[in-house]
Design a protein around this ligand. Structure first.
Ligand SMILES: Cc1ncc(COP(=O)(O)O)c(C=O)c1O
Ligand SMILES: N[C@@H](CCCC[NH3+])C(=O)O
Length: 506
């Protein structure tokens, strides 16, 4: 019997390396997986997905013992009917943002009341499908969307549950393309008019002159009773700093949309506000800052319209380590810190909202490993005399666009043997006609790596298969599920018939 060693924490918990150097998942060798299902191959450890879903749902419940929490799996990270069933069995709902994602979740048997629809450019058909299926929420992303959803809801004689996605102005996230709460981008509706900034913790704010005159009450002024307060507070409950910050928000774009939704209440039920500040966020402070701003918005809407937003959705963005040297985020501790922000002064007088989260990468990323066959191995001498060994594999940017798109870093390991003790500086590259077709920019691999070997790249469960392409007319790989019960195909490999079937020209 072979002695097996656990792999480092970036691998699924079931991954082992035996004394011959074979990497296995739940006892199934990489070599056997590739022999049976072909290469490249996405391997999804479904036990790991279930464990991570369970962990997040429990961490949210534990962090908010006195509030209801909802955790929605962000299907854009990785979606299949089986994954839908696994995460919903662990108490999650599912966040979708396209017709395809909605249809997969519905085909998995997930009821609409456990689904969410996002999207900055939803089609009428997508909105109609969500309304028809009584989705838990449709997240409005721009000022004109309330009227569109209302029109479709009226046609279906239904009342749609809607939220508004707001951009809170917090700058966070791993890469510019995956940061979503700064001002200059396509998602959401800003809290504040252009040029206005508010420190929600101190109530200090910077307003351009004209806005200052229009909106800010002096601390000793009478409150702007008619414009700011639906229900004027008693003098002793007034907080001048908070009033200044609320005044700025009361004049902002987000409140205007929320008021518009309230005016359409016959067909729209305003269930809350949504803030997603970006993805691969390591810094818990960014979430705390976002919570403060969203709670200020909730307080302001209560002040102006006497409406208590029932739910605050804080989106996803929880980081995972990709490299052994990356620090793992303590998600339970982060959620506890977020929960503390909900006990701030600003909550005084308002009931606790339902608090929702939408993790994607955290659930699926570390559960996935991609297996590739090694092809050409080419040592290249660099101008400074260093030799870099280019190791070509049979996939690349078509199955993992993240290195090319975000400069994302990964690790690679020889998965079918130990290989020589001597290591070489290597770059793992794909088979596409692009020099940027890189899988792992820099790593050290055994010097005797050769054609036919298997390379495994961990943490490819999120945003790899879902962002894959047919570039160079390659066929998308299969996704194989592994767990204690064995392995099976979850999503089949594309075939040449699939490819030719799309080309309908005579
Ligand atoms: C609205 C929304 N929710 C949730 C997510 C999931 O993010 P992550 O996979 O980083 O948790 C995203 C993607 O960034 C998103 O846009
Ligand atoms: N696609 C991004 C994550 C953000 C997508 C959702 N807003 C990534 O691969 O890191």
């Amino acid at each position: 019997m072979n002695q097996s060693e656990r792999m480092s924490p970036v691998w699924p918990a079931s991954a082992r390396r035996d004394s011959e150097g074979n990497i296995s998942f739940h006892g199934i060798d990489s070599w056997d997986l590739v022999s049976q299902y072909g290469s490249p191959l996405y391997v999804m450890d479904t036990d790991e997905v279930a464990r991570r879903a369970e962990y997040f749902v429990k961490a949210a419940r534990d962090a908010f013992p006195n509030a209801t929490t909802h955790v929605s799996y962000a299907g854009k990270a990785f979606l299949s009917k089986e994954i839908c069933r696994i995460v919903t069995s662990k108490g999650m709902t599912i966040d979708t943002c396209s017709m395809g994602e909605m249809r997969i979740a519905l085909a998995a048997g997930v009821p609409g009341r456990r689904l969410v629809l996002h999207g900055n450019n939803k089609s009428d058909e997508e909105i109609a499908l969500a309304i028809d299926n009584d989705f838990a929420k449709i997240v409005l992303d721009s000022p004109d969307e309330a009227a569109r959803v209302e029109r479709i809801a009226r046609a279906h004689n239904k009342r749609a549950k809607v939220m508004l996605r707001v951009t809170v102005g917090v700058h966070a996230g791993g890469h510019e393309y995956i940061s979503t709460a700064h001002e200059d981008q396509k998602f959401g509706v800003p809290l504040l008019a252009p040029g206005v900034s508010v420190n929600v913790l101190t109530g200090e704010y910077d307003l351009p002159d004209e806005v200052e005159h229009a909106s800010a009450a002096e601390p000793d002024d009478e409150p702007r009773v008619n414009s700011l307060y639906a229900i004027p507070p008693s003098k002793k409950d007034r907080n001048p700093k908070l009033e200044k910050a609320m005044s700025a928000l009361a004049d902002g774009p987000a409140i205007a949309v929320l008021k518009d939704v309230l005016r359409r209440s016959e067909y729209l039920e305003l269930v809350g506000v949504h803030s997603h500040i970006g993805s691969q966020i390591h810094d818990a402070d960014a979430f705390i800052e976002a919570v403060g701003r969203v709670l200020l918005l909730r307080k302001t809407l209560y002040a102006t319209d006497g409406y208590v937003l029932p739910e605050i959705d804080l989106g996803g963005g929880y980081s995972v380590p990709y490299l052994d040297s990356d620090e793992a985020m303590d998600v339970a501790a982060t959620l506890r810190r977020i929960a503390k922000a909900f006990t701030a002064e600003i909550m005084k007088g308002l009931p606790a909202p339902v608090v929702s989260f939408e993790p994607g990468r955290f659930i699926a990323g570390p559960a996935g490993v991609t297996l590739y066959r090694v092809g050409t191995v080419k040592p290249v001498t660099l101008p400074d005399g260093t030799v870099r060994t280019y190791v070509s594999v049979d996939g690349g940017m078509s199955d993992n666009i993240r290195p090319a798109l975000y400069g994302a870093d990964y690790e690679a390991a020889l998965a079918n043997r130990h290989g020589s003790e001597k290591k070489v500086l290597a770059r793992v590259v794909g088979m596409h006609c692009e020099s940027g077709d890189i899988v792992v920019r820099d790593c050290h691999l055994p010097a005797d790596i050769q054609r036919g070997d298997i390379l495994a790249v961990p943490v490819t469960g999120a945003y790899c298969r879902t962002m894959s392409s047919n570039y160079n007319q390659v066929l998308r790989p299969a996704v194989v599920a592994v767990d204690d019960g064995g392995s099976h195909v979850m999503i089949r490999r594309e075939t040449i018939d699939d490819l030719l079937g799309l080309d309908v020209s005579e």
